[in-house]
Design a protein around this ligand. Sequence first.
Ligand code: APR
Length: 235
Amino acid sequence: MQKKLVVFTGAGISAESGIPTFRDANGMWGKYDAMKLASVEGFEEDPQAVLDFYNARRKNLLEVQPNHAHLVLAELEKQYDVTIVTQNVDNLHERAGSNKVLHLHGELCKVTSSRNRLDPNCIKDYPLDVPIRIGDKAGDGSQLRPYIVWFGEYVDNMDEATRFVKQADIFVVIGTSLVVYPAAGLVNYAKQEIPKFLIDPNDLKGGLPMGYQHIKATAVEGVDELVWRLEELEK
Ligand code: APR
């Protein structure tokens, strides 16, 4: 039986692929107004501005590649039963070869209904190079919208994510500021007695969660250190 390795990732793991994070110095929320561009109210007030914002991010996803950190996590599936729980809406974990990826905040590659975001009949893959336009309709006839969890919207798969973290034999956090809930609360569900690692080049504003070993490095450098520490655990 392979050990269950659960990895909880945030924007930091995609930074070295060229996708800006949200709250670092040149982060997205420093340049754009999150409440205008990533909320239902913002979409109701100025849907074109929101669609422009997401269409640009969707198109950009075609121009970036998974980095070494994504690839190492995919490689670890040879030795562990790996589950990735990500806050990221990019598809870099999947493109790196990870087979079990749970997106807490939605996916840029998908669209849905603006009347009922979670209607399974309306959640569809949508080509990243095709802009979502005003007037495009979801299956229920409502305006098509990005399949993204906007601020204030319900994160529908937290129970599943929490279950994965609770069952982990090893838990790793990579590249998240741990400031957005309920996702950030996942760090508290990992069993006390298991090895827990956090890869981030910076110290977290909220401090290191209890019992975590901080690998103070970028995701690309940190995953090699992580592999070394996992090998030490197996000895
Ligand atoms: N490698 C690893 N970590 C990095 C790197 C890097 N190269 N560069 C930055 N980081 C770290 C930062 O130090 C920070 O702790 O990644 C984290 C990025 O934090 P945020 O920008 O807040 O991103 P994230 O935690 O994923 O945001 C959570 O907020 O806006 C919402 O829905 C959005 O999913 C997002 C959520």
